[in-house]
Design a protein around this ligand. Structure first.
Ligand SMILES: *[C@@H]1O[C@H](CO)[C@@H](O)[C@H](O)[C@H]1NC(C)=O
Ligand SMILES: *[C@@H]1O[C@H](CO)[C@@H](O)[C@H](O)[C@H]1NC(C)=O
Ligand SMILES: *[C@@H]1O[C@H](CO)[C@@H](O)[C@H](O)[C@H]1NC(C)=O
Ligand SMILES: *[C@@H]1O[C@H](CO)[C@@H](O)[C@H](O)[C@H]1NC(C)=O
Ligand SMILES: [Ca+2]
Ligand SMILES: [Ca+2]
Length: 695
C-alpha cells in the first residue's frame, strides 16, 4: 500500500510518463544468490525518452562495485554503476535523474553477483517509464526559427503573423518574391520597409522590359543592410543580369545611383539571416535606351574612351601589347578593329584579344641546333627560349636566348630575328696526349692529330679537307670528271687500309667555274682555280678524330718562309721509298717560297711548255720535303702542326695542286717545290656556294 502510493507520487511528479513495467534483481525480494545475473534492455519510441526509477537498492558493497554490481548503459555508454545500500531519497535525488535515454534511444541494465555473499542482500527494484521528449526546451533539438510547439512524440513550428514557412517547414519567411515583368517603372523595397525587414527573407524581384531598353535603378538615400565588422555582408542585396551579378551590396551606403544594368532583364535578390534589426533598402526602377559600356573585350582598350556609348556609335578596339585577334598563323597579326554599339546594348563585332604565341621557332630538321628543354617551352608573348648545340664540337654562333615579341616573332636580347647557328669548332684537334702513336722523325700522323684530313681512294687517289659537317674542299683536278654522287671519302683514320671508319658519300661536287677542265676533255689544265667543293649526303658526326679545319681570312696572304704543314697519304717525305702510296697518313713541315722562285715553274712531263704561275697559287717546299701526286687535294695548313696540345686553330691555307714529279732518293738538300691553290682567294666563293646549296 505504501509502495503503491509512493508510485503514484512518483508518477505524478513526472508528467506525461507512462509506466511500462518493472525491473528487479533475480530472487528479489528474498535475495539474490551467488553467480546470478540479469541482462535487460528496452528502447524508447521516436520522440520519447526512457527512464528507470530505482526504488530499492541493497547489494554487497565493494570497491568500485567489483563484486556485485548493477550497470546502466544508454545507447551502449555506461551511465551508472551501483552497489551497496541506498535509501529511496538518495536514489531519487542522485541516481534516478541520471537514468534516462536519448530521444528514441535504448537503456540497458546489467546485473551480476560474484561467487559469495557474506550476508544475504535483497537486490534492487525499479520501474521504467517512457515520456515525451520536449524538443522545444532544447534549441539543438528543434529547427523552428520562430515558435516551437511540443507534443507527445514530436513537435511542430509556427510563424508570426506575416510570415510563412519556407519549404523546409521550420524556417519562417516572408512573402516577398514578385514578378514585375512588363512594368517600365516602379518601386521595390525590402519587406516591411521602412520598418525593420524580416528575418530569413529570401526575396526575388523579377524585372523584364523590351529588348532595346535597359533597366536603371535609383536607390533611396536610406540604406541599411546588415554587415559584419569586416564589411562582409550578412544580409545582402544582389542584382543579377544575364551577364553577371552586381553586388552583394550591404552596409549603409546605397549602391551608386543611377545604377545602369545594361540589361532589359534582371532579378533583384535580397536575403537576410535570422538575426538583427535593419531597415533594408528601397529603389525606383525605370527604363532607358540601351547603351554600350566601354568594355568590348578583355585585354583591349577602346578609342574614343567614354563611360557609355549610344547605339550606332563606333569605337576602335586595340588589343593590349602582346595580344591579338588572330594569333594562329602568326605573321600580320590583327590587333585593331572597329566595333559598333547595337540597339541591344552590345558591341558588334566582338573579336577576343588573345595572347600572341610565337610557336616553336623553325629550325632545320636533324639540326645540331636545339632548344634547351623544348618539351616544356611556353611560346607565348614575353616568354623566352634558349638554344644550345647538341655537341661540344660545335659553338653557337649568334644569340642563345630569344624572347617572343608582341608581333609573334622570336627576337634575341640584342634584337636579332635570325636564328643562331651551330658551327663546328674548326682547326682545333682534340687535346690528346699521345706521343706514343707519333713518330717524330718519320712524321707519321697520330689518329686525331689532323682530324680534318679526308682520303679519296677512287677514281683518283687524293686528299680533301673537312670544312664543316657537310662539306669538304679538295683540288678540282682530283674530282674532275667524277660522277657527282659516286665519290666516297674516308675520315677519322690514319690507316688507309681501314674501311670501317667514317665513310662519307658525296651528293654534289662543285668544281670552281674558273677551272679549265683537263682530264675529262682530254686537254691539259693549267691548274688555275684548282679547287672543288664536295657536299655529303648526310652530316658527319664530329668526333675527336673527325673535325673541320678553319678557312683563312680573305686577305691573309702567304709570307715568304712562312711554315706550314702538308699532309696526305702520298709521299710526303722523299726518303720514304713507298712512292706515291703510303699506308699511313704522313705530314711534313714546309715553307712558302718567294714569288720569283714560284714564277720559275717547272715543265711537267704531260705538258709541253713551262706551267703558268697565277695569283691563285703559291709554292712551298723544303729540302727533301714536298707533296707528291697522291697528296693532291689535301691540306697545307698553318701554323705548322705543333706538338703542344694547346696549339691552333689551324687554317687551310693551301690545297695540294701540282708540281714536278717527286724525285726519289735525291740528295737530301735537293729543294723540292710544290704548287698550292691559294685558299684565301676562294673563301667568299666557298661560303657563297655552301649558302646557296643549302637544301
Ligand atoms: C545481453 O544480451 C544481449 C542480447 O541477447 C547480448 O548481445 C549481450 O552480449 C548480453 N550481455 C551480457 C553482458 O551478457
Ligand atoms: C512540409 O509540410 C507539408 C504539409 O504538412 C508536407 O507535405 C511536406 O512534405 C513538408 N515538407 C518537408 C520538407 O518536411
Ligand atoms: C648545352 O649543350 C652542351 C653540350 O651538349 C651541354 O653540355 C650543356 O649541358 C647544354 N646546356 C644546357 C643548358 O642544356
Ligand atoms: C618583333 O620583331 C620583329 C622582327 O625583328 C620586328 O619586325 C617587330 O617590329 C617586332 N615587334 C615589336 C612589337 O617589337
Ligand atoms: Ca515532444
Ligand atoms: Ca540579419
Amino acid at each position: 500500500m505504501l509502495r503503491f502510493s509512493l508510485l503514484l507520487l512518483l508518477l505524478s511528479c513526472t508528467a506525461h510518463s507512462t509506466l511500462l513495467g518493472w525491473v528487479e534483481s533475480p530472487g528479489y525480494p528474498s535475495g539474490y544468490s551467488p553467480h546470478s545475473s540479469l541482462n535487460w534492455s528496452r528502447c524508447a519510441p521516436k520522440g520519447h525518452t526512457l527512464s528507470i526509477k530505482l526504488i530499492h537498492l541493497d547489494m554487497e558493497d565493494s570497491q568500485d562495485c567489483e563484486n556485485d554490481a548493477v550497470k546502466v548503459f544508454s545507447n551502449g555508454n555506461l551511465i551508472s554503476v551501483l552497489c551497496g545500500q541506498k535509501e529511496y531519497e538518495e536514489l531519487q535525488s542522485s541516481v534516478n535523474p541520471l537514468l534516462f535515454s536519448s530521444p528514441g534511444g535504448c537503456l540497458k541494465l546489467l546485473f551480476h553477483s560474484d561467487y559469495s555473499n557474506i550476508k544475504r542482500h535483497t537486490g534492487f527494484k525499479g520501474f521504467y517509464t517512457i515520456q515525451d521528449f520536449d524538443e522545444c526546451n532544447d534549441d539543438t533539438s528543434n529547427e523552428c526559427t520562430q515558435f516551437c510547439h511540443n507534443f507527445i512524440g514530436g513537435y511542430h513550428c509556427s510563424c508570426r503573423h506575416g510570415y510563412h514557412f519556407a519549404e523546409d517547414n521550420h524556417t519562417c519567411t516572408v512573402s516577398c518574391t514578385e514578378d514585375l515583368s512588363g512594368l517600365n517603372r516602379g518601386e521595390i523595397s525590402s519587406p516591411n520597409w521602412p520598418g525593420t525587414y524580416a528575418e530569413d527573407a529570401n526575396c526575388e524581384y523579377t524585372l523584364s522590359v523590351e529588348e532595346t531598353l535597359q533597366l536603371e535603378l535609383r536607390f533611396s538615400e536610406l540604406f541599411d543592410v546588415e554587415q559584419n565588422r569586416d564589411g562582409q555582408c550578412i544580409d545582402a542585396l544582389r542584382i543579377k543580369t544575364p551577364t553577371g551579378t552586381l553586388g552583394p551590396f550591404c552596409g549603409n551606403t546605397p549602391p551608386p545611383s543611377p545604377l545602369l544594368t545594361y540589361s532589359n532583364h534582371i532579378k533583384i535578390h535580397f536575403t537576410s539571416d535570422g538575426f538583427g534589426s535593419n531597415k533594408g533598402f528601397s529603389l525606383q526602377f525605370q527604363t532607358r535606351d540601351k547603351i554600350c559600356g566601354p568594355a568590348v573585350t578583355s585585354h583591349s582598350t577602346v578609342t574614343p574612351l567614354k563611360t557609355e556609348y549610344d547605339r550606332g556609335q563606333t569605337v576602335t578596339v586595340t588589343c593590349d601589347v602582346g595580344y591579338a585577334v588572330n594569333t594562329k598563323g602568326t605573321k600580320d597579326l590583327l590587333t585593331q578593329y572597329e566595333s559598333t554599339c547595337q540597339s541591344t546594348g552590345t558591341w558588334t563585332p566582338i573579336y577576343p584579344c588573345t595572347i600572341v604565341d610565337c610557336g616553336l621557332p623553325l629550325i632545320e630538321d636533324n639540326s645540331i641546333l636545339q632548344l634547351v628543354d623544348s618539351a616544356e617551352q611556353n611560346t607565348q608573348y614575353n616568354h623566352q627560349i634558349q638554344f644550345n648545340c647538341s655537341s661540344t664540337y660545335y659553338t653557337l654562333e649568334g644569340d642563345d636566348t630569344y624572347i617572343c615579341n608582341a608581333s609573334g616573332e622570336w627576337i634575341s636580347a640584342r634584337g636579332k630575328a635570325e636564328m643562331p647557328k651551330c658551327t663546328g669548332v674548326c682547326g682545333k684537334p682534340p687535346q690528346y696526349i699521345s706521343s706514343a702513336g707519333r713518330i717524330l722523325g718519320g712524321k707519321k700522323a697520330a689518329l686525331g692529330e689532323i682530324p680534318w684530313q679526308l682520303l679519296i681512294k677512287y677514281p683518283n687517289k687524293g686528299g680533301a679537307s673537312l670544312i664543316n659537317d657537310q662539306w669538304a674542299v679538295t683540288a678540282a683536278h682530283v674530282v674532275d670528271g667524277v660522277e657527282e654522287t659516286s665519290l666516297t671519302l674516308f675520315g677519322g683514320q690514319v690507316d688507309a687500309t681501314l674501311t670501317d671508319e667514317h665513310t662519307i658519300t658525296s651528293e654534289r661536287i662543285i668544281i670552281h667555274p674558273g677551272y679549265k677542265k683537263g682530264i675529262a676533255s682530254d686537254k691539259q689544265t693549267d691548274y688555275d682555280n684548282d679547287i672543288a667543293l664536295i657536299r655529303f649526303t648526310t652530316r658527319v658526326n664530329f668526333g675527336p678524330n673527325l673535325l673541320p679545319i678553319c678557312l683563312p681570312e680573305v686577305n691573309r696572304g702567304v709570307l715568304e718562309n712562312e711554315y706550314g704543314t702538308v699532309s696526305g697519304w702520298g709521299m710526303t717525305d722523299v726518303k720514304d721509298k713507298l712512292r706515291f702510296r703510303s699506308r699511313f697518313l704522313k705530314y711534313a713541315h714546309i715553307s712558302a717560297y718567294s714569288q720569283p722562285e714560284c714564277r720559275n715553274t717547272p715543265t711537267l712531263p704531260s705538258h709541253n711548255q713551262a706551267m703558268t704561275f697565277t695569283d691563285n697559287m703559291f709554292c712551298a717546299g723544303a729540302p727533301g720535303k714536298d707533296s707528291c701526286a697522291g697528296d693532291s687535294g689535301g691540306p697545307l695548313f698553318m701554323p705548322m702542326l705543333s706538338l703542344s696540345a694547346d696549339e691552333g686553330p689551324y687554317y687551310l691555307i693551301g690545297i695540294v695542286s701540282w708540281g714536278a714529279p717527286c724525285q726519289l732518293e735525291p740528295k737530301s738538300d735537293y729543294i723540292q717545290k710544290g704548287y698550292y691553290t691559294k685558299v684565301e682567294n676562294y673563301v667568299n666563293w666557298i661560303k657563297k656556294t655552301i649558302e646557296e646549296k643549302k637544301p
